[in-house]
Write a protein of this length. Structure first.
Length: 192
């Protein structure tokens, strides 16, 4: 999903503030979509780390931004149990919930003109989807990965369209389909 990243040019003085905002959008995106998919939201944390380091010609600042969004433990456990019992819908909802963070951060970066530096920021998201969910799907693994990343982007676009329609006062029209786009309870019964 994030192949062409721009790492050229020096960091500017404003960049740490934008990176902090990007981390906040990442976690907020995951929390909002998780809530819409009925996983709830227990808490959201964003941590900013800074330290000065000595370099050959002076001193440099190193910045680090991490975050985590915690879903309701009960709802998350139910969805994981359903996924392990064979519910593809639960697996898709869990995957889309995880991918919503990078999708929201990507949107923020595009809209603010920030470089698309998402690979390092999304390592844990990729691991969670690839190693915890997709690896159990056998031949369907790569189709699943494309599906959940595309649906996370689709949900991001639907939110933007809904805001645009509210401003214009127009009713919602056919705007493409997101499999996980309907908010509400996820069917946690196994599909056999």
């Amino acid at each position: 999903m994030f192949a062409n990243e721009d790492w050229s040019g020096p960091l500017t003085g404003l960049e740490p503030a934008f990176e902090a905002d990007a981390a906040a959008f990442h976690e907020a995106g995951r929390a909002v979509v998780g809530y819409a998919l009925s996983f709830g939201c227990a808490s959201v944390e964003v941590t900013i780390n800074h330290r000065a380091v000595e370099i050959d010609d002076g001193e440099a600042s190193l910045w680090g931004f991490t975050g985590v969004s915690y879903a309701s433990k009960r709802e998350h456990k139910l969805a994981v149990a359903a996924m392990r019992a064979g519910s593809l819908q639960a697996a898709i909802a869990l995957g889309v919930g995880i991918c919503a963070g990078p999708a929201a951060e990507r949107r923020f970066r595009i809209e603010t003109g920030m470089p698309q530096r998402l690979l390092e920021a999304t390592v844990d998201d990729h691991r969670a989807v690839d190693d915890r969910i997709a690896k159990n799907l056998g031949d369907r693994r790569f189709a699943y990965l494309r599906l959940v990343w595309a649906n996370a982007q689709c949900l991001r676009s639907r939110a933007r369209l809904a805001r645009h329609q509210q401003r214009r006062g127009s009713p919602e029209r056919g705007n493409g389909k997101c499999l996980a786009g309907g908010a509400g309870k996820v069917d946690r019964t196994p599909s056999r």
